[in-house]
Structure formats: C-alpha cells, structure tokens
Design a protein around this ligand. Sequence first.
Ligand SMILES: NC(=O)c1ccc[n+]([C@@H]2O[C@H](COP(=O)([O-])OP(=O)(O)OC[C@H]3O[C@@H](n4cnc5c(N)ncnc54)[C@H](OP(=O)(O)O)[C@@H]3O)[C@@H](O)[C@H]2O)c1
Length: 341
Amino acid sequence: MTQGENNERQVGGPSATPVRLGVLGCASIAWRRTLPAAVAEPLLWVVAVASRDPDKAGRFARHFGCEAVRGYEELLGRDDVDAVYIPLPVALHARWIEAALRAGKHVLAEKPLAEDAATADRLVSLARSRGLLLAENYMFTYHTQHEAVRRLVAGGAIGELRAFFAAFTIPRLPPDDIRNQRQLGGGALLDVAGYPIRAAELFLGDGLEVTGAVLRYDPVTKVDTGGAALLRTPSGVTAQITFGIENAYRSSYELWGSTGRIGVDRAFTPPPDHRPVVRVETQDGTEESVLDADDQFARVVRAFARGVLDGTGDLPAGSGHGTDAIVPHARLVDTVRRLGG
Ligand SMILES: NC(=O)c1ccc[n+]([C@@H]2O[C@H](COP(=O)([O-])OP(=O)(O)OC[C@H]3O[C@@H](n4cnc5c(N)ncnc54)[C@H](OP(=O)(O)O)[C@@H]3O)[C@@H](O)[C@H]2O)c1
C-alpha cells in the first residue's frame, strides 16, 4: 500500500491525527521493511524522505507516495514533520539524532542508537529535557514469539532457568557495505551483537554484567568481524552470545532450565509471513508449537506513533524496548568492546 492509499483510508476514519514522519537517508532497511510498514500504519503519515542523492530520494518518494528532499538539514527544517526515522550508518546516528531533537522532532533511530553508552546517555537526556520521544529500533523485541517463550518459562515448562544461549551471525557483505567501513561505525559488535545481548536482557532482566568477551578483527578493514561474550545475572544465570558478519547465517536462541530447554530459530529477523516454531525439550520428549505469524516492523512503527501521540516521551508500556533500556544496553556493548580486546 502506498502512503496515498493509506491517507485515503484515513479520511473520515476514527483514527487520531497521524504523526507526520520524515526519513533521513534512503537506506536498504527503510526500503525493505520500515517504510512499507510505516505507510501501511494509519497512525503515521510518511511526508518526505531526504537523501544526499536527489535521484535516490525521487525513487523512494515515488514508491512510497511522499515528497523527495535533498539533504537531511532541509528535512529537519520542515514544519510539516513531527518525527523522523534515522536509518543512517551508525557513526552518523549521534549527529543527526541530536540535530533532529534540537529541531523539535521525535526520533525513531536505527539500532544501535549510538556508538557508545556515554553518547546514548547524552542523547536520551537531551530527548527527555525536550519532552521528545527517542526510540531505538531493536524491532525483534516486539515480535509476539518472545512473549510466548516468556510465558512458557514463567509457567515452569523448563523448570528453573539456568542459562541462555543466543547467536546472530550473517555472511560476509561486499567491501563497500557500511558494516565493513570503520569510519562509519562498522563491525559485528555494533551491527549484530546487540540482538543477542538485547535478547539476554529481555529474558534475564536487569543487572546483567559482562564477565568475558572475545572480538576478532579484519586485518585490512580493521573492523571487528565477530566474537562472543559471557554475561551473568546477579544470581548466576549465564548468557553466552555469539555474533559475526563473516559467518554462516544463524539467528536463534535457547533457554536452558533445570528440567528442559526452549529453542527458537529465526529469532531476530523473521519475515512477516513466518510462522514461528517454539521447541520445548524435556526428558518426556520434544514438543513444537507453531505460532501465528507476526510483523515486528508493523509493531515498531505503531508503538512509535502511539508513543508520540501519547505525549509521554516514551514508548507505550509493554512495547519491549522503552527509552530506559537504551543506556544499560549500550553499557553492556561498551563492556564487550573493552573486554574483547
Ligand atoms: N532494525 C533492523 O532490522 C535493521 C536491519 C538492517 C540495518 N539496520 C540499521 O539501519 C541502519 C542502516 O543500515 P542499512 O543496511 O539499511 O544501510 P544502507 O542501505 O547502507 O543505508 C544507509 C544510508 O545512509 C545514508 N548515508 C549517509 N551518509 C552515508 C555514507 N557516508 N555512507 C553510506 N551511506 C550514507 C545513505 O542514504 P542517502 O544516500 O540516501 O543519503 C544510505 O542509503 C544501520 O544503523 C543498521 O544498523 C537495522
């Protein structure tokens, strides 16, 4: 559905005035996942997309039924934009998040919000001081499959929780990909490690600390291409995570308890039509439940729009990743970097 079709749907409809959204950068993730979800969301109105390249902006604008703008500054100066989505390379996030907040815009920033926790903290404080919503797009946390797993664990399906294992690894990308550019904030730690770390936070709660980490570096690009980390909760439940950008694809987690294990494959980037399979293994055998498909990007953009419209300066409760989660997460990533060598 284009924004024009969605706009027609809203005329005379019961929905609140939609949040007028601008986009900074014609990123692949915006094209593939976020903008299709945003234009289909009645609480959002995609007004304009800005690019350094007018041809790219024009292609996005035609496809999504919005205006093309040359340059990010120009978009931030527009009065008809309430909020912006920032899918830029990681090293540019802080500069443009800050500029957007100073221009009075709410921000949905791609993950990770910033390169380090001190910067994330400064940006969260800036957003709070201005009463603006700043959200970090760890979209997988919104998928209903994780709530189903949490219910199983809470219901005692695997006894007492002892350990968590998660991996997010992807195959090598072309040399000019932003993930292979050190000056753009490339590397596996900032690109993929955040997912298993965030999953550990989701299932093991507050108080996680990193006790050991390993990072491997590419001798030519100098970016970290993969690694692993061991985390623990104050009560000694462990989380082992693996991440990489030069590996066979894997996107999964397992929770091990005193009497069984729960496993989820396609944990972090399931397509919207994927029906998740949750596997519970105990000494009595293996049971697999096939869950309903869910669109985590549709949930993210809706939660963001609701958060802006609520005027609370945060995502609605239960969204999975409120503003409070941003800085503690970034501190864990910082510690993995420090211990990883
Ligand atoms: N949540 C998720 O599921 C998910 C998935 C993938 C990626 N991401 C995140 O989304 C962000 C973008 O990732 P992507 O894979 O979509 O990247 P991408 O396709 O390379 O897009 C990045 C965009 O940033 C703009 N840009 C500005 N300065 C740039 C520079 N010096 N070099 C390259 N691009 C520059 C470009 O837009 P213009 O040329 O139009 O200005 C470019 O299209 C990253 O933060 C990544 O971590 C999130």
